[in-house]
Ligand binder design. Sequence first.
Ligand code: 5GP
Ligand code: ZN
Length: 113
Amino acid sequence: MCVFCKIVAGEIPSKKAYEDDSVLAIYDINPQAPVHIVFMPKEHILTCADDIDASNAEIISKIFVAIAKVAKELGLSDGYRIINNCGAAAGQTVQHIHFHLLAGKEGMSESMI
Ligand code: 5GP
Ligand code: ZN
């Protein structure tokens, strides 16, 4: 089981920012910005953005709906970034698709994730 599947299963503790039937968002254990939340599907169905197609677009849409909801709840009106690291060369370390939400002064720097 991958680390995010273990978090979804409750085997590894996490600080949750959002949860519904199919989406989980957790505060990153190694934050790269004042606000750094990772959004993922609960099911381990895709590795990264490269795997997105019409057959699985619904869960991706749900993730982005959740991101917008959390961004509003947290009052990120100064702006934020959404990042998917796809592949090792892009810095991907967990092979369970996820999107980083980064906000705050440091999150706006050129050095991301
Ligand atoms: P990636 O580098 O694959 O795009 O992002 C994986 C992210 O997961 C990293 O930012 C890393 O800090 C975070 N991460 C890895 N293991 C854990 C964990 O056990 N708990 C939490 N909350 N975040 C984790
Ligand atoms: Zn997984």
